[in-house]
Design a protein around this ligand. Structure first.
Ligand code: LLP
Length: 422
């Protein structure tokens, strides 16, 4: 459920008409619903608790939406943060996430990022390879701090909506094998600078079938049992993120309640704290990208282009993953639906949001909303084609705040400095 709905023929976010935000802030602009973020986080936590998962660490995947207002909204509910760079750790800390709820993942952590994470006191560094484990031990020693680590295991299970976001097969770059995990865990347990506390996995994103998750979780539970059987200390099992959301043309994803059942089934009796790294399931349907129709261009041979002021630099998912986003009129007009190609102004054909989609009548100046854009939307935006970074607005009830303003052209240019010889 989300809080974007039509009221009296107008699309609202909570109690604010989206047209009012477009009018005040301009387009393109991302608009987020506080109530939806809160609901999604709470539903997931309650579903897990209902299945007897006590005090889980729900570490929101910052990459899905890294806006500080979003992170603060979730932190206030008790969420942790799953981070993959020093920048994300800094964001989580700035948003008030306590370091003991910050997980640091990623296949290529640099030594300076590792040092930063150790200084910050994050709750766990997820180790993705043997050389990384050795680097963490060295950095920890140089700082005189013991590093709390978990091993990210690649469970060799295929899952995920698109090849570019599947991570759980052994051919992908993520994590170590089960055999390596056992060897490295034992090795790390004998290293004075490392404190292994658990194991982690994340098999992919936009997963709409629970079977691969169940398979991966069972395999992980087996690993925990084996490690404990070897007398090693294991207190945490991190099951990653990946739960899919309805993007309207896709298979209905499992509910958080179904997901929680699978988790509980696989981990019963393990006696470990569970951690999760959900991104999309919390953020996607909590945000929309608002854009304005620049013009409707009808080709004599029949194609009808809806040219928007938003482009692939603002919402990359359709160009990058052929992703489907529902496109809705903010003030729908009467009239029959007709097929449109919806495109942005960027100078490449990839800047196409959809082709031949039946949509209601649109005219120049109309507003459109890309639904389910709260995850991997603004966080993947760029200034390609020198289009200033898309702003973000947070709504709460009848109020809204600009939580990332649109940079002016002057600000955009001022970030660059001329070379002395120019
Ligand atoms: N944990 C780790 C280690 C991850 O790599 C990811 C996502 C997550 C958690 C969160 O996964 P989620 O719950 O959001 O599925 N840009 C792509 C998605 C990339 C996902 C990368 N990893 C997209 O727009 O679909």
């Amino acid at each position: 459920m989300n809080h974007f709905e039509l009221r009296d023929g107008e699309l609202y976010c909570e109690d604010v008409p989206l047209a009012a935000i477009a009018q005040a802030v301009g387009t393109p602009v991302y608009v987020y619903s506080t109530a939806t973020f809160e609901r999604h986080y709470t539903v997931l936590r309650e579903a897990l608790e209902a299945e007897g998962v006590h005090d889980p660490l729900i570490a929101f995947a910052v990459k899905a939406n890294s806006n500080l207002a979003v992170l603060r909204t979730l932190a206030q509910l008790g969420a942790g943060a799953d981070t993959v760079s020093e920048g994300e750790i800094r964001r989580a800390l700035a948003a008030g996430v306590p370091p003991e709820r910050i997980v640091f993942s990623g296949v290529g952590k640099t030594r300076s990022e590792i040092a930063f994470a150790l200084d910050a006191g994050v709750c766990e560094i997820n180790v993705e390879s043997e050389p990384e484990m050795l680097a963490i031990a060295q950095v920890a020693q140089s700082l005189g701090k013991r590093a709390t680590i978990a091993f990210r295991v690649n469970p060799d299970v295929a899952a995920g909506g698109h090849a570019k976001i599947a991570t759980g097969k052994s051919e992908n770059k993520f994590g170590v094998s089960f055999a390596e995990a056992e060897r490295l865990y034992a090795q790390a347990s004998n290293n004075a600078w490392l404190k292994p506390v658990g194991v982690a996995c994340h098999i992919g994103s936009q997963i709409t079938d629970l079977a691969p998750m169940a398979e991966a979780f069972e395999k992980m539970a087996g690993l925990v049992r084996r490690l404990k059987g070897e007398g090693l200390h294991v207190e945490r099992l991190d099951l990653g993120g990946g739960l899919g959301v309805p993007y309207f043309n896709q298979p209905e994803p499992p509910t958080p309640a179904d997901y929680a059942k699978v988790v509980a089934q696989a981990t019963r009796g393990l006696d470990v704290t569970l951690a999760f790294e959900p991104g999309r399931v919390i953020a996607a349907n909590a945000g929309v990208l608002l854009a304005q129709v620049v013009h409707v261009h009808e080709r004599p041979e029949g194609r009808r282009f809806l040219v928007l002021d938003a482009a692939m630099n603002d919402l990359l998912r359709p160009a990058m993953y052929d992703a489907y986003h529902d496109i809705r009129a903010v003030n729908p007009r009467e009239g029959e639906a007709r097929p449109y190609d919806v495109v942005g102004p960027v100078c490449e054909t990839g800047d196409t949001f959809t082709r031949d989609r039946a949509l209601p009548a649109f005219e120049s100046g109309d507003l459109v909303a890309f639904m389910s854009a709260g995850a991997y939307g603004a966080s993947m935006a760029s200034e390609y084609n020198s289009r200033p970074l898309v702003p973000e607005v947070m709504v709460k009830g009848g109020d809204y705040a600009i939580v990332r303003p649109r940079p002016t052209y002057e600000e955009m240019l001022a970030r660059e400095t001329p070379a002395p010889w120019l």
